[in-house]
Design a protein around this ligand. Structure first.
Ligand SMILES: N[C@@H](CCC(=O)N[C@@H](CS)C(=O)NCC(=O)O)C(=O)O
Length: 289
């Protein structure tokens, strides 16, 4: 057991509480500064970063374009959450919760704001009539899993990932608690994918697009350096599904948008045109500088 902590009668904000997010975590909502956001030429303006929550949206947008939906063209602007961009006034006007991803749809008047990654996926799937089964039973099953991810993901990211990878010290109690839960979630997905090609059934849908960046990333060894610890190789059906989705061209592109880490050729900080994947990745931009 680690040392015990006795909570004070009233919690007060200790800015020195450590960890990599200490400088951006705040106990109050709202904007901290005035900042205008850029607006590009396309109707859909995305303000985001390539975390798993951000990737959900860029993967869906790239899948829509791959499927021939030209109205899904978009501008993706980089929001650097480590620098506090999510607390700028224009960003907060789109997402009062100050978190990426945030979308503004200028194709309707007045422009429609959409925040929460699950809400954005549903909005785009309904707007373009794709990646959500049309029949009531199939649609409900896809939404079951979409909402499952929205509730389950924070236990993986904010729970397991935080205490296993980011907390300033390793504490056995939270690591045990969240490892138990994440392994239960992986087992749930593994059982589901044992007899279904995709999470909601036979069709690739926004349920897969929501779940893959988190749980696919985990079993492919891309998250928290936790593949061995969680014995991800034992979730064979999840691995099969993760690899299958990983190979999709739109998924490869979607992962690159607003990415600021990893190999330079996989980082496309801003995306305004399909050609940007060939000409504007960081290896090209930095090589030309
Ligand atoms: N439930 C939200 C969660 C979004 C979220 O947690 N975004 C993180 C990055 S993955 C963020 O913007 N963090 C900035 C902050 O907490 O200040 C969603 O799915 O859109």
């Amino acid at each position: 057991m680690t040392e015990t902590y006795t909570p004070p009668k009233v919690w007060t904000w200790d800015k020195e509480n450590g960890g990599p997010f200490a400088s951006i975590n705040r106990p109050i909502a709202g904007a901290t500064h005035d900042k205008a956001l850029p607006v590009g030429d396309h109707p859909l303006q995305l303000y985001s970063l390539a975390t798993p929550n951000g990737q959900k949206v860029t993967i869906l947008l790239e899948e829509l374009l791959e499927a021939g939906v030209t109205d899904a063209e978009y501008d993706a602007w980089l929001i650097r959450i480590g620098d506090g961009d999510q607390f700028g006034s224009d960003f907060v006007a789109i997402n009062p919760n100050s978190k990426i991803p945030a979308l503004l749809d200028h194709s309707v008047s007045p422009p429609q704001r959409v925040f929460e990654s699950g809400s954005i996926l549903l909005y785009l799937a309904e707007k373009f009539g794709k990646f959500l089964p049309a029949d009531p039973a199939g649609r409900t099953e896809a939404l079951n899993w979409l909402f499952w991810q929205m509730g389950a993901g924070p236990l993986l990211g904010g729970g397991f990932g935080h205490f296993f990878a980011y907390a300033p010290e390793k504490y056995e109690y939270p690591i045990n608690r969240y490892t138990m839960e994440v392994k239960r979630q992986l087992d749930l997905l593994d059982r589901r994918l044992a007899d279904h090609d995709y999470v909601a059934g036979a069709e690739y849908s926004i349920a897969d697009i929501a779940i893959w960046p988190w749980y696919g990333g985990l079993v492919l060894g891309r998250a928290y350096d936790a593949a061995e610890f969680l014995d991800v190789a034992s979730y064979k059906n999840v691995l099969r599904w993760a690899q299958q989705i990983d190979a999709r061209p739109a998924v490869k592109r979607g992962r690159m948008v607003n990415k600021v880490n990893g190999p330079l050729e996989e980082q496309l900080h801003e995306r305004h045109d399909a050609g940007d994947f060939d000409t504007k990745t960081q290896d090209k931009l930095e090589g030309a500088a």
